[in-house]
Design a protein around this ligand. Sequence first.
Ligand code: PLP
Length: 380
Amino acid sequence: MSGVTNTKRPHETAIGLSKADLSTPSLLLDLDVFDANLQKMAAHVKSAGIKLRPHAKSHKCVEIAQRQIGAGALGVCATTIREAEALAAAGIPAILITSPMVGANKVRRLIELTRDHPDAISVVDNHAHVEQLSAAAAAAAVTLNVLVDLDLGLHRTGIASVKEALSLADLIVRLPNLNLRGVSAYSSMSAHIVGYGERRVHSLNAMQPAIELMQRLKRRGVSAEILSGGSTGTYNIDTELDGMTELQAGSYIFMDVDYRVIGGKSGPIFDDFGPSLTVMATVVSKSHSGFATVDAGFKAFATDRPFGPDLRGVTGCTYHFAGDEHGILELADPGLDLGFGDRLEFIVPHCDPTVNLFDRIYCTRGHTVEAVWPICRGYD
Ligand SMILES: Cc1ncc(COP(=O)(O)O)c(C=O)c1O
C-alpha cells in the first residue's frame, strides 16, 4: 500500500464545499437569515432603549455569542458553568448564569470564573445558598455578583414572593463578598402563549411582581440596577415595561416550530425572526408509495415537544419519528415528488435541545459552507 492517509475529519475540510457534499444528518445555519435575525433584535432593543443579554443556552456557541456582542449585546446569559467558562475564555463579557450554581464543584468554578471575569453574575433564590456563596467567596477573597431570582409562576427556580425576595436581598446586603446587582425574572409561561394579544396580557401581568420588587429594593436604598428577563416570544412586549433593563431572549437567532406557531402581531405565524437553523437529512428509503424515510430521527431532533420537525419550504407532508436514526415522511400530497437520495432541510421542533445533539454547526451562504462553528454541548 502506498499513498498519504488523509487524517482530517470531514468537518475540517468542509469550508467551501457545497452543502450537498456534507454528511447527514447535519445541523445547518443559514447565515443570511441568522444575520437578519441578529440585526432585527439589535435594532429593536436600541429603539426601545433597553439592553440585550441574549441567552446562549440556545446556541452554546462562542462564534454566535461573538456576533451577538458585535451587534451590540452587553453580554450573554448562560445556564451551565461549562457554557459560562467556554464563553468567558473566548472573551465574551458580562456573563449572567441564570441557573443557581449549587454544590461545591459549581461554587468553586463560579469563584474562579469571577476571579478572572469580575463582571460575571449568577442568580440566587435561597438563604442557605447565599450563606454558602458568601463564605466561599470570602475564603477566596473574591466578590460574587448576584441577582435575586424571582419565580413568576412556573415553580422551577426563583424565590416564591416579593416579600421573601426582599428578605433574601437584606441577607445578601448584610453578608460579605456578595454584590447584589438586581433581579432576574423569566416568565417561561408567557413565552409560548399563542396569540400576540393573549401573550402580551400574560407577560405584562406576570412581570408585575418583578417590577414591584425592583421598586421596593430601590426604596430601601439597595442599588439594584438590573432587571433581566424576557424571551423571544415576548421580546416586543416586555420592552413596554417601565423598569425592565435588559432582555434575555435566546431562540430569536434560530427560531423553531415551537415558536413559529405562536403567532405574531400581524398573523398566525410568528415570523418576526426567520428560521435560520435546520437539520439536513437524506431520503434513504422509498419502498412504499406515499412515504419517504429520512436518516434523521430521535438523535437528530429534540423530542420534548408533541410534534416533529417541519420540512422547510414544503407543505403537504408530515414527519413521524421512526426510531433513533430515522423519520418517516407521510406524503399527503400525491403530487409531492420526494426522490430517493434527495437532501431535505427541516425546521427543528425546539432549537435549544436540538443544538445540544450536535458537535458543530455548518454555516452556509446559499449552497456553500462558509464556516463550521463548534457547539459547547453537554455537561462537564
Ligand atoms: C432563564 C431564561 N431566560 C431566557 C430564556 C430565553 O428564552 P427564548 O429562547 O424562548 O428566547 C430562557 C429559555 O429557556 C431561559 O430559561
